[in-house]
Design a protein around this ligand. Structure first.
Ligand code: AFP
Length: 328
């Protein structure tokens, strides 16, 4: 049997990526391995349940949201090439006092409502270039997703996995029993066609008309406009739903809905949508707000901005864009 490739060996081979960038990725990956142990401890470590307060987005924080957020903050503060960070769980950006290098944005525990029922959760991160010669401010974080230097996520599921994109392609690593990330999937590629969609169906009555028509078309199966039967999956952790799509194709939608008409969507651009969009595009899929407009081209206007998301198998995302034909 050939010797497995460790994350360290893989990163050393990625000479097209800046050495400092690789150091930041290694730092985040090491922290995710540590987070995986804390998450796995569950009730044994007393870390389940609510923290007793809400975050900047007025969402109830779990104890593990706070613990994992603090773990990443501490790790990145000690990582030399990192000039600043922003988290879904923090009101404002934090700076390390250093200049140049990189900015890191993250959702420390995506899908945290799943924690107490022992369903998959994850950590999502995005790495952006930092401005040279100054301590970064909030405006320096507001870069379109196409400018990301790297992005990735860790999935704490039946296996703990790390999925990464540096300069090109998408690779996945599995955490072994000794706490080492080992390369298990190279050049991940999302099939262009699918018969599986992911959407929170309980919001159906609040959707806009085009999304209703698209999903109606899927639900009609073989005898409907799509001419094929669809399956549905919804983990309620974007990290797990996107991982399934990377592994076997599919489409994921978290569209605008009328529950809070002034809110663009539920998912956060800087912590969820941008990093996932880079991974999905690098794996040959599409990631858009509406089936057409690429999320990576959006100019962020604020740190905690929300966006509608339609991503996954390329031809299926196109179907959402062409919804008038689908539902006619
Ligand atoms: P939490 O981290 O608050 O559980 O939210 C997770 C999430 O932002 C995203 O990962 C899921 O796709 C989505 O919310 C699930 O939303 P619903 O609660 O509407 O199913």
């Amino acid at each position: 049997m050939t010797k497995p490739i460790t994350l360290a060996t893989y990163l050393a081979s990625q000479s097209a990526a800046d050495a400092a960038l690789r150091a930041v990725v290694a730092n985040v990956a090491q922290t995710c391995a540590e987070i995986s142990r804390v998450v796995a401890g569950g009730a044994l470590t007393g870390s389940l349940g609510a923290a007793g307060h809400t975050n900047v987005q007025d969402e109830e924080q779990k104890k593990l949201d706070v613990i994992t957020n603090d773990m990443l903050r501490a790790a990145l503060d000690g990582c030399a090439p990192v000039a600043g960070l922003a988290s879904e769980e923090l009101d404002t950006i934090e700076t390390t006092g250093r200049e140049g290098g990189f900015l890191v944005t993250f959702d420390p525990l995506d899908g945290s409502s799943n924690i107490d029922v022992n369903v998959s959760v994850g950590t999502i991160f995005s790495i952006l270039p930092a401005p040279a010669g100054k301590v970064p401010d909030e405006a320096d974080f507001l870069q379109p997703g196409r400018r990301q230097a790297a992005a990735g996520y860790a999935l704490y599921g039946p296996q703990t996995m790390l999925v990464l994109t540096l300069t090109e392609g998408v690779a996945a690593f599995t955490l072994d029993a000794g706490g080492e990330w080992l390369l298990t999937h190279e050049a991940l590629s999302i099939p262009a066609d699918t018969k599986e969609f992911a959407i929170n169906m309980s919001n159906q009555r609040h959707w806009a008309e085009p999304v209703r028509r698209y999903i109606d078309g899927c639900l009609q199966g073989k005898t409907g406009p799509r001419g094929k039967d669809f399956n549905m999956r919804w983990v309620a952790a974007m990290v797990a739903d996107v991982h399934r799509i990377l592994m076997r194709g599919g489409i994921f939608l978290y569209p605008w809905d009328a529950r809070e008409p002034d809110r663009a969507g539920k998912l956060r651009l800087m912590y969820e949508a941008n990093p996932m969009s880079l991974i999905v595009e690098r794996a040959g899929g599409k990631s858009t707000t509406d089936g057409v407009a690429p999320i990576l081209d959006l100019q962020p206007t604020k740190l905690h901005q929300r966006v509608p998301v339609v991503l996954g198998s390329a031809n299926e995302v196109d179907q959402v864009g062409a919804v008038d034909q689908v539902g006619a």
